[in-house]
Design a protein around this ligand. Structure first.
Ligand code: UDP
Ligand code: MG
Length: 313
């Protein structure tokens, strides 16, 4: 029998987990022609998440878990999940039931019967989301798709079922700064998209503030495009041109006898503006350097404090 691994990153999900388990269990019952493995990644939760997982683990042989030494973030949790999943197919699913487990049935059918390597999901609406947040989200997708090779789909969720080949492709990208939306797009493979309406989380709190999302989107751009560097160079060329024209004008005015000594305020404005652009460009350069610095350290993406393998029974 083929096996599907369900990877579930969990950070402070004590309220949502029991609902999640019930839902995924129902789906697994419907799909009785496949084996399942539920791999919970406890990403340094500060509540009783690990205890809840261990309780489920005692009830159900299909459950496995990995518990991190601290909070490493969802990206790290997904990587750990993909790395440790043993299934022929692997799905990544949020613990808050925003990713409806019932879609698994169609996903699996599609992968089995059609020429796809992955069935991914996106939400059709941003209902229930603050307006400003939606606006910036859309802007982000427009920009990053213009400047990057990775095909990053607006509204795409991390929820997807992939075959072994694609999972191995993703694992081969062992970078430290992980931006999954980009990684999924970058590896390619045939992906079928399912759409559904946005679903609010069943219990607990979202871990994303507006500020966190903004930082995340900048990281995405830096991880999958070098366009900002090119833009900084363009600024340089542009300002050289402007300076050249300015010098010409000054010379011509001098030779036709027009003297110009006015304009302290405009000079200061220009100096401030140009130094602003310079600092901005150095900042952009610094971001790439910082990411390179972190990559060269080759730090582990996550550290495990405890896993089901530690429990012998
Ligand atoms: N998550 C995680 N580590 C983190 C933050 C979130 O493993 O540092 C998990 C979280 O438990 C959930 C999923 O990632 O299963 C998505 O998180 P959340 O629901 O907060 O994000 P949203 O759905 O609001 O984008
Ligand atoms: Mg959520």
């Amino acid at each position: 029998m083929e096996k599907i691994s369900i990877v579930v990153p969990c950070y402070n999900e004590q309220e949502a987990l029991p609902y999640f388990y019930e839902a995924i269990n129902d789906v697994a019952k419907q799909m009785n022609d496949v084996d399942f493995e539920f791999l919970f990644i406890n990403d340094g939760s500060k509540d009783q998440t690990l205890a809840v997982i261990k309780k489920l683990y005692k009830q159900d042989k299909r459950i496995r878990f990995i518990s991190f030494s601290r909070n490493f973030g969802k990206e790290a949790a997904m990587y750990a999940g993909l790395q440790n999943a043993k299934g022929d197919y692997v799905a990544v699913m949020d613990a808050d039931l925003q990713d409806p487990p019932s879609l698994l049935v169609t996903m699996y059918e599609t992968l089995k019967n059609e020429d796809y390597d992955c069935v991914a999901t996106k939400r059709t609406t941003r209902k229930g989301e603050p307006v400003i947040r939606s606006f910036f989200a859309r802007l982000f997708y427009r920009i990053i798709n213009k400047i990057s090779k990775a095909d990053i789909v607006d509204g795409a969720r991390d929820y997807r079922l992939m075959n072994r080949k694609m999972v191995d492709g993703i694992l081969a990208m062992s970078e430290y700064n992980r931006f999954s939306k980009g990684i999924f797009g970058w590896v390619g493979y045939n992906t079928k998209w399912l759409s559904y309406e946005n679903i609010e989380r069943v219990a607990g709190q979202t871990k994303w503030s507006f500020f966190k999302l903004m930082i995340y989107s900048f990281e995405g751009i830096i991880a999958f495009s070098t366009a900002p560097l090119a833009i900084a160079s363009l600024f340089g060329v542009l300002f050289c041109l402007i300076a050249f024209v300015g010098i010409l004008i000054v010379f011509i005015r001098h030779f036709i006898g027009v003297e110009s000594a006015f304009g302290w305020a405009s000079t200061i404005s220009i100096v401030l503006f140009v130094s602003g652009i310079q600092l901005f460009s150095i900042g952009v350069l610094g971001q790439y350097l910082a990411k390179t610095y972190l990559e060269t350290k080759k730090r582990p993406i996550y550290l495990v404090r405890e896993s089901d393998e530690d429990i012998n029974d």
